[in-house]
Design a protein around this ligand. Structure first.
Ligand code: PLP
Length: 839
């Protein structure tokens, strides 16, 4: 790699910057591109990093990982700088993707893949007698997210860079990411994730981008000499937002986008004020308080907890990111914001950063002195909002009281936005007071709240759901009033996952097999995989496909053996459900089915039974008692089954601790059957389902979220469908009688009897009583009992299909072949063309 022209993209970069007449900046602002020496090859960079690293010794793979990561980052720096320069010169539309979560996982392997450096890296490491895999394992996951929403943001960054879009991710640099999950006596125990302890080799601290964020204080108005009213936000407590940039390389295209993560620090002014009063320790304490804001990620998936610190995080991210955008604009264009929406879009990943709405108004009106109307025109042409959930407990509402003392100026702006918007509602539905009450951004009551989703919808030009069913349920249910008022705002963008990480990187054996027949183009055009359908009758190919799956199952079995001390036999069916633990995702239904299989073994009813290994993994929110109890049940049932020699030939069951992105990279390639069994109408999209499908797993699923579209693509013959659909779930509400379903199913009757007998909790009587009560409750929103028999029958079909391995393998190939639509490249092309209008 000493010859830099080998990187085609860098050549393009140089070629363009020479050929282009600069239409933008004065030479003073944009110095001409100084051609510089080609940077060191990976080999030379690595040698240098090791030589000057005092921690290095040959036994220490941690230090070697660090040196390697720094060397790879060096390889990115020229293209990173060129990308920024070109985006400015070419007047590219810029998109800011605001998200409280980016679940990035590890970076090294994926960066090597995208930069086409994997082989070179292996060669270099040979000289040091160390395997690349060994060093990769040293990297801490960047666990800056809970689950699907945060991982979606990470997949989107990869696709945006690969599609050549000028997209910056804006997030928070949490000191502690998602907690580490330990299992002790079957119970989840949370441990802090100090992922930055050994430093993060990928980040670059860029203090020149620092901004100040205000909290607290009071507002005061004054009229200037020309009669214009101004609002001052006074006596604030200020926090410094320090920018840390992380490179996001596209797939072999020379582009390197940026993920900018903000860290909170005390401002110098703040320190000084305290020092001047002579209180040194108070000053240091204040520093601590400021840094609290970015200390820890809230570990709730699909539920809000209304904590003040969480609102602080939301405002901190939104304000810092918007100030950054506006400052960049003013540097290039001066104070004229008329064209700002033409060159900027701001995507809100759920309502978590929806406070960006009033904050952007504040910056434009109070700081840059625009009038309200033109400012609102700009805001409502830039902002777009993605909704991620229909669960009522996940919809964010903040007490007005909290805003009043933390963000008094922002509250005034929210009131003003609401007043003007309610005029429009009143005009549309004259005299309809209940409409006004229902649609107001302020929810009245003894404790008034701000409805963040409504705030986001009112200000956004686009509101999207994340799967066809989800968008339909949004427009007909939760947001139907808004859909009537502004139908043009609503659109669907079905989620996707990046085929780089989730196939090319995590499943090299399958990737190679696919490329051997189709060439490499599928990596950036996943629709090409449909050509695999031609190989389902090709015996050599089918054999190879099966061998790859066996190889990946062996790797998964090794992971399970290490982490769970349970032996998985690769001759058995691998039946997997990994995702956050939540009642709507129905891990409990899966466990009930496992208990049923165990009972079949105990009663000798094993005729036609398919031996299988069942794996469940996922974290529960620390405050979610029922989810934690489900983990305990899974572990107790697993312990009972795995220590019973009668079950051994038929059934193994394990709970995998600490499910995260790195674990998923081993899990999805080694899975035969993917369980996507949520109650219909509750899972917005799902993305785990897509990773499994891409890697040739078959899906056992309900008609929920993106499962519906997956079924559409692959056909009913290659998908195990079961359960109620969303309208039936709704219909059943109010007259659901679970005991009737239990009585009608011999299998479920047996399972409930065994569960109630205390068989799985002999040492801890009654601990599972809440689970039994939930299943038997007529108000069980998840309707487990209603779907059990349907699940059991579908699982019989699974067993039958698996017993004909040629048939099963053909179905597996068809699933991968049909997964092209679920590339996040397709999703992002949709955002690009229909929302951002970017190129
Ligand atoms: C993909 C992914 C998820 C999302 O999984 P779902 O099954 O869609 O809920 C959650 N966590 C991790 C670590 C993932 O990789």
């Amino acid at each position: 790699m000493s010859d830099t022209s080998k990187t085609p993209a860098r050549r393009t970069a140089k070629g363009r910057s020479q050929g282009q007449q600069s239409t933008v900046a004065s030479p003073a602002k944009m110095p001409a591109h100084e051609p510089c020496e080609p940077c060191d090859s990976l080999k030379a960079a690595f040698a240098r990093q090791l030589r000057y690293d005092l921690c290095w010794d040959e036994q220490n793979s941690e230090a070697m990982f660090h040196a390697l990561a720094l060397s790879v980052k060096e390889q990115l720096l020229d293209n990173w700088r060129d990308t920024r320069r070109q985006d400015l010169q070419q007047h590219k539309k810029h998109v800011a993707y605001l998200s409280l979560e980016f679940l990035m996982g590890r970076t090294l392997g994926n960066a090597l893949l995208n930069l086409e450096l994997t082989d070179e890296c292996r060669t270099v490491l040979q000289e040091y007698a160390v395997r690349l895999e060994t060093l990769e394992q040293q990297e801490h996951d960047a666990g800056l997210g809970n689950g699907g929403l945060g991982r979606l943001a990470a997949c989107f960054l990869d696709s945006c860079a690969t599609l050549g879009l000028a997209v910056t991710g804006y997030g928070i640099r949490y000191e502690y990411g998602m907690f580490l999950q330990k299992i002790v006596d079957g119970y989840q125990v949370e441990q802090p994730d100090r992922w930055l302890r050994d430093g993060n080799p990928w980040e670059v601290r860029v203090p020149q981008h620092n901004v100040t964020v205000h909290f607290g204080g009071r507002t005061q108005s004054y009229v200037d000499l020309r009669g214009r009213c101004h609002i001052l936000w006074l006596d604030t407590q200020d926090v410094l937002a320090v920018a840390y940039d992380v490179p996001v390389p596209g797939y072999r295209n020379g582009r390197v986008n940026t993920l900018r993560l903000w860290k909170a620090e005390a401002t110098n002014e703040f320190d000084l004020a305290e020092f001047n009063q002579g209180d040194y320790t108070e000053a240091v304490a204040a520093k601590n308080q400021a840094e609290q804001i970015t200390m820890v990620l809230y570990p709730n998936d699909s539920s809000e907890n209304g904590k003040e610190l969480r609102l602080r995080q939301q405002y901190f991210l939104s304000s810092a990111s918007l100030q950054d955008l506006l400052r960049n604009w003013v540097q290039l264009h001066g104070m004229d914001f008329t064209e700002f929406p033409k060159f900027n879009a701001i995507q809100l990943n759920d309502t978590h950063p929806a406070i960006a709405v009033p904050e952007l108004m504040r910056l434009l009106v109070d700081v840059y002195e625009l009038e309200w109307e033109p400012a609102w025109q700009i805001v409502s042409r830039c902002l777009a909002y993605t909704n991620h959930t229909l669960l009522p407990e996940a919809l964010e509402r903040w007490p007005v009281r909290m805003f009043a003392h933390m963000l008094p100026r922002i509250l005034e702006i929210v009131y003003e936005i609401n007043a003007r918007y309610l005029d429009e509602v009143a005009h549309r539905w004259p005299g309809n007071v209940s409409k006004l009450r229902d649609m107001s951004i302020i929810e009245e009551g003894p404790e008034p709240h701000i409805r963040m989703a409504y705030l986001a919808i009112v200000a956004s030009f686009s509101v999207n759901g994340v799967a066809a069913l989800h968008t339909q349920l949004l427009t007909s249910g939760l947001f139907h009033n808004f859909h009537e008022l502004w139908p043009h705002k609503f659109n669907n963008r079905t989620n996707g996952v990046t085929p780089r990480r989730w196939l090319a990187y995590c499943n090299p054996a399958l990737a190679q097999l696919i490329s051997s027949r189709l060439g490499h183009d599928w990596v950036t055009d996943l629709s090409k995989l449909s050509a695999l359908n031609a190989y389902t009758q090709d015996h050599a190919f089918v054999e190879e496909w099966r061998r790859v799956k066996q190889h990946n199952k062996q790797k998964l079995a090794t992971l399970v053996a290490e982490r769970c001390r349970v032996e998985f036999d690769t001759g058995m069916l691998f039946d997997v459900q990994v995702k956050r633990i939540h009642e709507y995702k129905r891990q409990l239904l899966n466990i009930l089915h496992v208990i049923h299989l165990y009972q079949r073994v105990l009663t000798g009813d094993t005729h036609g039974m398919q031996p299988r290994c069942v794996l469940i993994g996922g974290k529960a929110a620390p405050g979610y008692a029922m989810a934690k109890l489900i983990i305990k049940l899974a572990n107790n049932v697993a312990h009972m089954i795995n220590s019973d020699h009668r079950a051994k030939p038929w059934l193994r069951f394990a709970f995998l601790p600490d499910y995260n992105v790195s674990a998923m990279e081993t899990i999805c390639p080694g899975t035969d059957l993917s369980e996507q069994i949520s109650t219909a109408g509750k899972e917005a999209s799902g993305t785990g389902n897509m990773k499994f499908m891409m890697n040739g797993a078959l899906t056992l699923g309900t008609l929920d979220g993106a499962n519906i579209e997956m079924l559409e693509e692959v056909g009913e013959d290659n998908f195990f469908l079961f359960g109620l659909n969303a309208p039936s779930v709704e219909e059943l509400k109010g007259h659901y009688r679970p005991w009737e379903y239990i009585a009608a199913s011999e299998a479920l009757t047996g399972v409930m009897a065994l569960l109630k007998s205390g068989h799985f909790n002999l040492q801890e009587p009654e601990i599972f009583a809440p689970i039994v009560a939930a299943i038997e409750s007529p108000t069980d929103p998840w309707m487990l009992a209603a779907d059990f028999e349907s699940l059991r029958l579908a699982q019989l079909e699974v067993a039958k299909a698996y017993q004909d391995w040629q048939r099963w393998t053909a179905m597996s190939i068809r699933n991968t072949a049909a997964s092209g639509r679920f590339s996040s490249d397709v999703t992002i092309a949709g955002y690009r063309d229909h929302i951002w209008k970017a190129r």
